[in-house]
Design a protein around this ligand. Sequence first.
Ligand code: SIN
Ligand code: FE2
Length: 212
Amino acid sequence: MNQDLFDDPAHWEIAPGVTLLRGFALAAEAALLDAVAAVTASAPLRHMFTPGGLKMAVALTNCGPLGWVSDAAGYRYQASDPVSGQPWPALPAAFAQLATQAAAAAGFGNFEPDACLVNRYQAGTRLSLHQDRNERDFSQPIVSVSLGLPAVFLLGGLQRSDKTARLPLSHGDVLVWGGPSRLRFHGVLPLSAGTHPLLGDQRINLTLRRAG
Ligand code: SIN
Ligand code: FE2
C-alpha cells in the first residue's frame, strides 16, 4: 500500500488502479445533495430482488441513460425504471463532472459515465462481496462517491476467496478503481447507526459507471 504517490495525503493509491480521493466531493457537496434529492424524488429508492429471489438490503435507484437493475431474470442495465416504465432521471451535471474529475485525478482520462447507481444504507445494511461486471467495457473505471454516515468498504482481490482490506469511507470521499483492479471483489460492512448532520441516519453511495 503506497501512501505517498503524489505526496498528497488526500490522494492515496491503495493498489494499482485503486485510488482513494479523500474529501474530493466536498467542494460540490451542496449540488450533489440537491441532485440526490431530485433523483430520488422522481425515481424513488426501492429494494430489488436478487436473481435467486432474496430481497436486497441496500435500497437503490439510478440516474443517467442506463440504470442497473436486478430481478428474477438477472442483473443488467436498462434505459427505463421498471417501477414507472419511464426513462431514469437524467444524470445530474454535478455527478458527471465530479466523476470525470475524480477519474482523471486517479489516472483515467476522458471518463464519461452513462449510468449512476444510487445506493442507500441504513443501520445494519451491508453489501456482500461482489464484482461490478455488468458493464460492457472493463477499460472504464468505477467511480464511487460516499455521502452521509461513514462506512467500512471491503476491498478484495480478483478471486472471491482473496483476503480483503478494510477501508473506512467518510462523507465526501471518492474511491476510483479500474485498470488491473477493475474486477476486484468489493463490499460494505454493516453500517453502524449514527446521525449525519446533512443526511441523518443514512449513507448514500453514488457509483458512476460507463455501462453501455
Ligand atoms: C457498490 O459496490 O455498488 C457500492 C459500494 C459502496 O457503497 O461503497
Ligand atoms: Fe459494486
